[in-house]
Design a protein around this ligand. Structure first.
Ligand code: SF4
Length: 351
């Protein structure tokens, strides 16, 4: 039976219902301070309170972790076991600034069922709480502190792990706001990747609390038939509705370069033909101010194949000829199944 997972905030207020609001803030800021490893280290809280918290409120929301390192040493993947025994994966990748980008999960599994994605095969088990998402950052922060030979700064976060972040909107929003409050990361260093959950994307346009993070739309095809095949959760009339939404998003947030990107996984003979490049170029030209990231597909046992390098190059050239800004994403961590589309936990064991 599923157990209800309380947040640290709720547990704190149940234990100390009469404490003023600033007390929780005093507690929370310590979660991101280096070298704080338990409630006992939270010296700005009264001693009795620390002792009670130590006994009754978990300092972190995972109870176990296993880490794998890629052969190049530039990517690490962690399998975190949560308090109810569920498992999620989170990834640490070295980035071009000699700092780190973390890829976080927002759900255990995913309901979207994208055909190329290992996580999609799991189905959805549950949403992660804001603590469980927030703590993926804390987990890697602690890991880096314990490995002084590695660069120590996490500069970017991408929501490209397990789950569709906009299907867990409130917890994702809360998490981003927490990171923006307590870390030195700015909002444009956080990217929320969505398969295109249009009703929630509408909410973003009017929600004053939605942070100014980047949005990456997992497009994967600008041809409606191909897109529906790859992303079966696609809404009817997805592409015209998406165009409309992008126009309103750009009006709301301005046309800042790179604020919106299209993610495009390159699948051999599925979405990588000249026709697919041409319709994508047409769409981006019409919209303007959007960058395209081509992602060479990472092998899983699903039966799809990565596009040939020559075809990826050709696809890119067709886009560039139409003045579309495009880059091919470097594949990292594929030897430890930490790359895009490879994260999967089946029955508590790594696949
Ligand atoms: S690609 Fe993302 S949205 Fe699609 S099934 Fe995988 S985790 Fe879910």
């Amino acid at each position: 039976m599923a157990i209800a997972i309380k947040t640290r905030y709720d547990e704190f207020h149940e234990l100390f219902p009469k404490e003023p609001a600033f007390r929780w803030k005093q507690a929370e800021e310590n979660f991101f301070k280096l070298g704080k490893n338990s409630w006992q280290d939270v010296s700005n809280l009264p001693k009795d309170m620390r002792a009670t918290l130590e006994k009754d409120v978990p300092w972190v929301s995972y109870i176990d972790s296993q880490i794998m390192e890629s052969s190049k040493g530039d990517t690490y993947k962690a399998l975190l076991t949560l308090v109810d025994g569920q498992k999620v994966e989170t990834v640490l990748m070295e980035n071009m600034r000699d700092q780190w980008t973390i890829c976080v999960s927002s759900q255990v599994g995913c309901a979207m069922g994208c055909t190329f994605c290992a996580t999609g095969k799991m189905g959805l088990t549950r949403n992660l709480t804001a603590d469980e998402i927030t703590d993926q950052f804390r987990f890697w922060q602690t890991f880096l502190l314990q490995h002084p030979r590695l660069p120590d700064r996490i500069s970017n976060v991408v929501f490209m792990g397990m789950g569709e972040p906009l299907a867990n909107y409130e917890n994702v929003k809360k998490t981003i706001r927490t990171w923006l409050t307590y870390t030195d990361m700015g909002p444009t260093h956080i990217t929320v990747s969505t398969v295109g959950v249009l009703p929630v994307m509408e909410q973003i346009l009017t929600d004053p609390e939605w942070p100014d993070a980047r949005i990456a739309i997992s497009l994967h095809s600008a041809d409606p038939i191909t897109r529906k095949e790859i992303v079966p959760s696609s809404f009817d009339q997805f592409l015209p509705k998406l165009k409309e939404w992008i126009a309103r998003y750009q009006k709301t947030y301005g046309n800042r370069r790179h604020h919106l990107t299209f993610e495009y996984v390159m699948l051999r003979d599925v979405n990588d033909t000249d026709h697919h490049a041409e319709v994508l170029a047409e769409l981006v030209t019409e919209l303007g101010q959007l960058k395209v990231n081509l992602i060479p597909y990472n092998f899983t046992d699903i039966g799809l194949q990565r596009s040939l390098d020559s075809q990826i190059y050709r696809f890119k050239q067709i886009l560039e000829a139409a003045d579309v800004e495009v880059m091919v994403r470097k594949t990292m961590g594929d030897d430890i199944a930490a790359a895009c589309g490879q994260l999967i936990v089946l029955g508590g064991k790594k696949a």
